[in-house]
Design a protein around this ligand. Sequence first.
Ligand code: FES
Length: 169
Amino acid sequence: MTDPTARRRAEEPARLPESARAALNELRSRYPDDEALLLPALHLAQQHWDGWLPDEAIEAVARELELPPARVYGVVTFYDLFHQRPIGRHRVRICTNLSCTLRGAEEIVESVKQELDVDENQVTPDGRCSFVHFECLGACETAPMMMIDDEYHGHLTPDKARDLVRHLD
Ligand code: FES
């Protein structure tokens, strides 16, 4: 038998937490309209949903700002700083664009993958790290390269890349 409270909760539309709604209300006077609040609202939602935006978070933002969900999804998928799946505490982006590929990016990907023992877009069981391929990160002169969080690491070798991810805490 289904618990009626749980069923009611499951049927309730997703909402932003009270703290995020209060923060948005404070911002409202500084923005021309609610659509302009979309980026701050997504940041607040992402903080609340542990660093990523499940569908319910996106729907909650759409409801709060009275925007079509498709508009919110469009922004989420456009910006790299919003995540539609969980990410690790450290985020590794390995450039696999032309210059980096010509200088061995695929070996760097393989080495990071082996060290972390997870596939792309998966989080290590301890929550420490996840990695993705990435388009040009604008540091082609240091190819092959990757970013760990906000830091660039260039002139990589498979061993150097492995060491870098091994020592992330
Ligand atoms: S191709 Fe890798 S940084 Fe530009």
